[in-house]
Design a protein around this ligand. Sequence first.
Ligand code: XMP
Length: 512
Amino acid sequence: AILIVDFGSQVTQLIARRIRETGVYCEIHPFNTAGDAVAALNPRGIVLSGGPASTLDENAPTIHPALLEAGVPILGICYGQQALCMALGGKVEAGHHREFGRADVTVQKPSALYEGVWDLGTQHQVWMSHGDRVTALPEGFEIVGTSAGAPFAMIANEERRIWAVQFHPEVVHTPDGAKLYANFVHHICGIAPSWTMAAYREKAVEKIRTQVGSGRVICGLSGGVDSSVAAVLIHEAIGDQLTCIFVDHGLMRLNEADEVVSMFRDHYNIPLVHVDASELFLSQLAGEADPETKRKTIGRLFIETFEAEAKKIGGAQFLAQGTLYPDVIESVSFTGGPSVTIKSHHNVGGLPERMNMELVEPLRELFKDEVRALGRELGLPESFVGRHPFPGPGLAIRCPGGITPEKLDILRRADAIYLDEIRKSGQYDKIWQAFAVLLPVQTVGVMGDGRTYEFVCALRAVTSVDGMTADFYPFDMGFLGRTATRIINEVRGINRVVYDVTSKPPGTIEWE
Ligand code: XMP
């Protein structure tokens, strides 16, 4: 495995994804517990991430001595490079000018890091983001590449097997970055690619069997990719010792609840309890317009309903959850105080600890794209595995203001047309998430010779890598016009369609 030591960079998770894509397992650990991680993981290579701190600050994070003593190859990125230099006797200074964005590095000397990728003397685009920079090298190091703003853009001590770069090879703006990581893990660390979802599936099945024995497991199913993949994997391991509970809050999209039930019950033969709780949810939400209250009400009702059903089933000691690796990674925080709550998230993973059950979390080591790959491996249909994320509170947060069954019905039909048009135009897979929002605003229109006074429908589509930041998707006007016409013609209750061109930040993806 490769150990990634996190110094708090925004893109540390991308380092892990690049390495996993080379077929090699890796874990992220915070810099202050990295010493323990070396002992626990016994890594064959170490990557030091970037980070927001300055090595010149008094309390700057430092490299744990165990990392340097491990005797395995090390690759330092940005702050990781500076921290290496500080630790080994080099010098770092605040830059005369900060360097952010695209830069070109020139390869000055051969190095194992880019052997077979870059030729001597050539120039390559990389992504820089730093204020400080290295100004004197530790003993035994040499410059192997430079850029205009960073004379020490790439340095190496090939004998001690330490490499360090000022730029970020993990981001897409460093086009050859993935190849540099592949060189590091395959050739420098000598690890053969063996991290595949086929291998993971086998191991996970074994692990579930060992953990569960002859016990009973219940699993909250949401219709989303994570809980579905977890359920299918667990069913493969222990068969009908698993029971799934699908709490249908009546806030799903058109036909979605039926599809979930038929896929799991009929196609996979997984024991499934379908709890139609829509009346309960809708009656408790009636007249409620405050976004946080709506979210909290849904979260509370979900837990109550789920618990009641679990009790009815009885005898289950285990609760399955689709927890993913990004939820598990301990994050390095330099901001200190608690961060503000933008939204109270609710999903099937948020079941309470007071249920007093042991957790089965077979996706704990996986990133979202790996969960999708595992889903394919398990034979889930592509149309399902590639689905856009859908929030736990469902359509409730796409219907600003009070919710009524009539409004939900209008929203469902508009949303279905919008997604149909996106699929037909071949754009679905280019988009992170697309959905319709029904605004609590009526406007005047004219249809035929008559006056109309109906709701406004907003369309949203964004691109994103992780949902943390997002850009609005640039549909062409022809597509938007066609879709608006279809929605207004086919959905009674909507006479105006608008497109949301807000990115995140400052907007969020969902409207509530
Ligand atoms: P926002 O609106 O915060 O959304 O920009 C970021 C991503 O999270 C999804 N989302 C949720 N997912 N439970 C979930 O499981 C929730 O309560 C929830 N709220 C937002 C949203 O759809 C987007 O993908």
